[in-house]
Design a protein around this ligand. Structure first.
Ligand SMILES: [Zn+2]
Length: 177
């Protein structure tokens, strides 16, 4: 383990506290480099650390009989389908992909339910949630990589755990527009 020489603010999660250049292994520095903001960069090869907030999408999916819920194995109760937007992927593409992976349903985005921000102190760190309403247009409901899925009548949807921030907020926006 190499020595830690660059301090980071408490806002930066441990996994992002780079000390040495990931390209050439030289010791990194913090100073203004592309604008007035001091940034972590490599004086040897020019690499610049530009970490962004994590971007997640969450969708309220309307289907015949209600909305789609899933039951991840984390003990927080039901949630809505969603996940991390990949590098270079549009949020609406990520939303469609995540619903397919987690529920087996093909969906069409109906509208945006806005966004929400949470500064998680650990993984995945500060996160922007982009929230969508979507409608099932094909596929068939099946358990995906986030646990069992079901279609729940709108009036029976439970209050989501506030710890499931994206699902909680998306449902608030959808049910109290
Ligand atoms: Zn370097």
């Amino acid at each position: 383990m190499k020595e830690i020489h660059l301090p980071y603010s408490d806002q930066v999660i441990a996994a992002h506290r780079f000390q040495y250049c990931p390209m050439c292994t030289a010791a990194l520095k913090r100073s203004p480099v592309i604008d007035a903001i001091p940034r972590i960069h490599c004086p040897a090869c020019g690499w610049i650390q530009l970490v962004s907030d994590c971007v997640c999408v969450i969708s309220v999916v309307k289907a015949e009989g209600g909305v789609v819920l899933l039951y991840p194995p984390d003990g927080l109760g039901p949630g809505l389908p969603g996940g991390i937007v990949e590098y270079g992927e549009a949020p609406e593409e990520a939303a469609v992909r995540e619903v397919l992976e987690e529920t087996g349903l093909q969906v069409m985005i109906v509208q945006s339910l806005g966004w929400s921000y949470v500064a998680y102190p650990d993984f995945p760190g500060p996160t922007v949630y982009i929230l969508f309403e979507a409608e099932a247009v094909g596929g068939s409901l099946k358990e995906g990589d986030e646990g069992p899925v079901c279609i729940c009548p709108v009036e029976d949807v439970p209050v989501f755990s506030p710890q499931r921030h994206g699902s909680y907020t998306a449902w608030q926006r959808f049910s109290h527009p």
